[in-house]
Design a protein around this ligand. Structure first.
Ligand code: ME8
Length: 518
């Protein structure tokens, strides 16, 4: 196929039982950074997010509000939709599982599984946790002092007995193990891959895939008494959005299998075990990769509604600034590990790295150019070894960032950029262009040119993480929309001496504690 290679990335679709919080923002942000990077790197990206609107949990939340489930889901789904705009997410599609396109896809997948004898009618008697929308075996439960039985996630379980269709999951263990073994990148990070493999190795039982005791879901074709189990419904969103059941044409043909399903560690089993089994059973390709990231705590405490410490991403943006929050979330913890949100850590990164390291560098260099080079890109002379070394580091960045992001190592990508930012700061101090102004103005011009080129590389590569701020840095270098893609990195897109530059302005403000403000 000629043209741009496809890249399809998805977030989980979020339950509409509650408002979006930092965890939801985090997963979608990670996908946004990937999507923006891949677009700049020449890929034909499809970036999907959306809301999971069926099931008992959502039905109960609607009842608690005294609302009709559809009206309730319309209301809550909008909060997730609006979050995408507020956090500058660049998703190309927003799917809602109550849409007609999705019902059609689910029912078609169901028919296919029935046709292939992968689903049969039986009856279920066992434990169910509404909060997780998951079935649990007796051996997985614990009973607290209060006599309440709980799933490993802490969710309360209830006994359920009802007629149910089952998916023959027990038949898929060997083929799933083959998938994990033949494609070591299928589940990441490695520690999670090991968990999934030991779960499957432990033996799989058939999975209940329909419910009869409530009605808020996709109807099972040809059996009105049943609605589909919400996870079968929800997982199908990933193929609905590329046009399933049409598989020969359209986005399914170009973009399936998905390159990356990004999920939190809580829902890995559904994505790395059930989902590939459903797909393979229907004769469809499993996704290429599932990455399970860690969970955030708030000032060291588990985030929960009952503790009242849920972090609202919009409030964070209000307090610290959008790009500052985006940078912090991607930089603070090795992606995959759990992370702790604290005001101290947030301000540390914001002031130390964005305001001091990068903001000051750009401000110093651009104001020196403004004052001493007639406000235009200076004309460089011969390069010294130090110039060549710094430019070499800047030119090498794309390869490093690409390699890190292909592994979803966002923190490593940012660290690679910061190695260059710190080198540029050391170079300014060492070259002291302010002193050269009188003694050797030609050398000053070369030094400032090398620095401006370095800043150009940093700004272009920071676009996926801090899109607005990077755009302002590129504006200050008078680089138009066509001069911001990765094809301009390196010498080919080098700044043209003599180009007039606008008056520089600070990009990353320092955080000042409200009580210390003048
Ligand atoms: O599970 N830290 O939806 P959900 C980091 N509808 N991420 C967190 C988090 C935290 N403290 N809390 C939540 C569902 N998340 C299903 C998904 S997909 C076919 C169906 C993030 O609203 C993380 O990505 O409970 C987690 O997997 C997701 O929110 C769960 O969102």
């Amino acid at each position: 196929m000629l043209g741009r290679p496809p890249f399809y990335i998805t977030t989980p679709i979020y339950y509409v039982n509650d408002s979006p919080h930092i965890g939801h923002a985090y997963t979608t942000l990670a996908c946004d950074v990937m999507a923006r990077f891949k677009r700049l790197d020449g890929f034909d990206v499809k970036f999907l997010t959306g809301t999971d609107e069926h099931g008992q949990k959502v039905e109960k939340s609607a009842q608690a509000k005294g609302m009709d489930p559809q009206a309730f889901t319309d209301m809550v789904s909008k909060n997730f939709f609006d979050l995408a705009a507020a956090l500058n997410f660049s998703n190309d599609d927003f799917i809602r599982t109550t849409e007609a396109r999705h019902t059609r896809a689910c029912q078609k997948l169901w028919d296919e599984l029935i046709k292939r004898d992968e689903i049969y009618l039986g009856s279920y008697a066992g434990w169910y946790a509404v909060r997780d929308e998951a079935f649990y075996g007796e051996d997985e439960l614990t009973e607290g002092a209060d006599g309440v039985r709980r799933a490993p996630s802490g969710a309360e379980v209830e006994w359920v007995e009802e007629p149910s269709y089952f998916f023959r999951l027990s038949q898929w263990g060997d083929r799933l193990m083959d998938l994990y073994e033949s494609r070591p990148d299928f589940v990441a990070p490695d520690s999670r891959r090991n968990e999934v493999m030991s779960f499957v190795r432990g033996g799989l039982t058939d999975l209940s895939v329909s419910r009869t005791t409530f009605s808020w879901g996709v109807p099972v074709p040809n059996d009105d008494a049943h609605i589909m189990y919400v996870w079968l419904d929800a997982l199908t969103n990933y193929i609905t959005a590329v046009g399933y059941p049409e598989t020969e044409t359209g986005q399914y043909a170009t973009h399936w299998p998905a390159d990356l399903h990004m999920v939190g560690k809580d829902i890995l089993r559904f994505h790395a075990v059930y989902w590939p089994a459903f797909l393979m059973a229907a004769g469809l390709e499993p996704p290429k990769r599932v990455f399970a990231h860690g969970w955030w705590t708030n000032e060291g405490q588990k985030i929960s509604k009952s503790l009242g410490n849920v972090i609202d991403p919009l409030e964070l943006v209000e307090s610290y600034g959008l790009d500052q929050v985006r940078y912090f979330l991607m930089r603070e913890v090795p992606f995959g590990n759990d992370g702790d949100f604290s005001h101290r850590a947030m301000v540390g990164r914001m002031n130390g790295e964005l305001a001091n390291d990068l903001g000051n560098l750009a401000q110093r260099v651009l104001s020196m150019i403004g004052k001493n080079c007639g406000g235009a890109v200076p004309t460089p002379g011969d390069h010294s070894n130090e110039d060549v070394a710094l430019l070499g580091q800047a030119h090498g960045l794309l390869g490093q960032v690409r390699d890190a992001l292909d592994r979803q190592a966002f923190h490593e990508a940012l660290e690679a950029v910061w190695v260059v930012v710190r080198a540029a700061n050391a170079y300014v101090d060492h070259q002291a262009p302010w002193a050269l102004r009188k003694t050797d103005p030609d050398r000053m011009a070369t030094v400032l040119y090398v620095l401006a080129e370095t800043i150009r590389h940093v700004a272009i590569l920071m676009q996926p993480v801090v899109p607005d701020s990077a755009a302002r840095m590129l504006d200050q270098l008078a680089l138009g929309p066509d001069a911001r893609g990765f094809e301009t990195l390196g010498e080919g897109g080098a700044l043209v001496p003599g180009t007039a530059l606008p008056k520089p302005q600070g990009i990353f403000p320092r955080y000042v504690e409200p009580d210390k403000e003048a």
